[in-house]
Design a protein around this ligand. Structure first.
Ligand SMILES: [Ca+2]
Ligand SMILES: [Ca+2]
Length: 350
């Protein structure tokens, strides 16, 4: 080996073959000596002690072997416990008790279900009963509502059928419409300032526009109608129209507002009182429901409660005066009607 046993070899000398024989034992000057590189002979062999120590120090030392792993400590195996899960031996008593408990639970559940179903049935019956009662109440209420609506409608119709007095602005007894007939001031209750109200003057036949003895006739506010058949006279507004009936038994004075006042004459037993005559005219007539009156001309009469019909006793005749409101449901000419009743006059029989 190269390292352990360094060889010490003399340098080889090479000489040319031509000159080798002849020059044995001597070395010519021109001889070339080749030496081997140092590494060829081994470095350690020629190293000094100091170099060897330095090399040894530079050479890495092998690592010490790792320590052995600690021994694995395993938990000690527990001792075998008592086999709790092992099937125990059942006794018949336990089975019977379990069976009885289950039977009791099932019975209680069934009873609860029965009570629940029964309660639901009772509630359903109660709801049906309440619904039936509610429907009956609604039907009764509906019938009552219908009846009440009919009563209200009838009352409204009756109320609408009741005529109302026309407007009288100055409250002098003449409606604003009537004030036009007599050319009075509808805002002045005493137009001529004679301390008599306009309505009162018309009622008695006086002219409300002038001092007495001016009358409605003298001022031209009214005209005189003379009935040819029964020989009576009566005033009527000058602007109204007189319309005799075909049978000449009545005369109608019509206003421009369709209201009218008619006069009808019928014969009567001269000895028969007016009330008896009235009661005999129609079943249900009761003269006690009429009001007695006496005209300015001295005629006894009976007037209806609404003052729009008057029966005058002509002894052997009855003169009926009727104020017809016409299409208007307002009382516009009541004072004029009273004026005409007061003006009625029977001519003496020849
Ligand atoms: Ca008036
Ligand atoms: Ca007056």
């Amino acid at each position: 080996m190269f390292g352990s046993q360094p060889k010490t070899r003399s340098p080889e000398v090479t000489t040319p073959s031509s000159t080798l024989g002849s020059t044995t034992g001597t070395v010519p000057s021109e001889v070339i000596i080749h030496t081997m590189p140092r590494e060829f002979y081994g470095v350690e062999a020629s190293l000094s002690a100091a170099e060897a120590a330095a090399k040894a120090a530079a050479t890495p030392q092998p690592l010490p072997p790792p320590p052995p792993p600690p021994p694995v400590v395993t938990a000690p195996t527990p001792p075998p416990s008592h086999p709790a899960n092992l099937p125990r031996k059942r006794s018949w008593t336990g089975v019977i008790i379990t069976f009885l408990v289950m039977l009791a639970v099932l019975g209680a559940g069934g009873f609860a279900a029965y009570r629940l179903i029964d309660s639901a049935k009772q509630q359903k019956l109660l709801a049906e009963s309440e619904l039936s009662q509610l429907k009956e109440q609604e039907a009764q209420q509906s019938a009552a509502d219908v009846a009440k609506a009919a009563q209200d409608a009838a009352a409204a119709a009756a109320l609408a059928a009741i005529p109302v007095p026309a407007k009288d602005t100055d409250s002098d007894g003449l409606t604003d419409i009537e004030e036009l007939l007599y050319s009075t001031n509808f805002r002045e209750p005493d137009t001529d300032k004679d301390t008599f109200l306009d309505g009162n003057e018309v009622f008695h036949g006086y002219d409300p526009l002038g001092l007495a003895p001016l009358t409605l006739l003298t001022t031209g506010s009214v005209k005189v109608f003379t009935d040819p058949a029964f020989a009576f006279t009566i005033y009527y507004p000058a602007t109204w129209t007189s319309i005799p009936a075909a049978d000449a038994a009545s005369i109608t004075f019509r206003s421009s507002r369709q209201a009218s006042i008619s006069v009808t004459t019928v014969a009567k037993d001269g000895t028969l009182p007016l009330a008896d005559w009235y009661n005999a005219q129609q079943v249900g007539n009761d003269a006690k429901q009429l009001k007695e009156t006496l005209t300015k001309e001295g005629f006894y009469g009976l007037s209806s409660a609404d003052d729009r019909t008057t029966y005058l006793d002509g002894t052997d005749s009855v003169i009926t005066l009727v104020y017809d409101l016409g299409a208007r449901n307002q009382i516009e000419y009541l004072q004029t009607f009273e004026m005409m009743v007061n003006s009625f006059h029977l001519s003496p029989k020849p």
